[in-house]
Write a protein that binds this ligand. Sequence first.
Ligand code: FE2
Length: 203
Amino acid sequence: MAFELLPLPYDSEALAPAISAETLGYHHGKHHKAYIDKTNAAVTGTDLAGKSLEEVIAAARGTNQGLFNNAAQSWNHGFYWHSLAPSTSGPSGDLADKIDEAFGSLDDFATKLKDRGAGHFASGWVWLAEKDGKLSIEETHDGDTLVDQGFNPLLTVDVWEHAYYLDHQNARPNYLAAVIDGHLNWDFAADNLARGTAWTYPA
Ligand code: FE2
């Protein structure tokens, strides 16, 4: 079965002004859709047809860079839409304890995530991830992903220019501040932590 473009889990106006409906229209409807379409085209008629997106990513890493880029970007964007929410409440329970343990406080975590995102050279992703019970901030370049690298990703923020240029032009720190302070989906992060294994792209 072909991979499908996940619907946005909120209205296209719901993240404005941090992320406008216009940005979501291009980012979801054009960029994410293109990654999905190219992944489907590349696996059709091969022995990867019918595999999960996670299986395609793992098989393509190091063997088929074109397919890997499109499959990983398909996964990363699905995960990113769920990492954002119209409003944010902050972490609680076990997740809050692990944030404090790893970063000192939620404010310190937010500052570090903004700094890592702003300092990330060129295109890529910044992540809050869990491995062996510990939380860390990770970065991946271009279309790379954490899902097949032994991490349980909890949240991600896209730092490609297409994520923010229409709304913030070249001011990536302004985008990061607006998203990290106002739109991180801590319920999604808590679900991912509680599950203990990486989120899977819906079949
Ligand atoms: Fe993107």
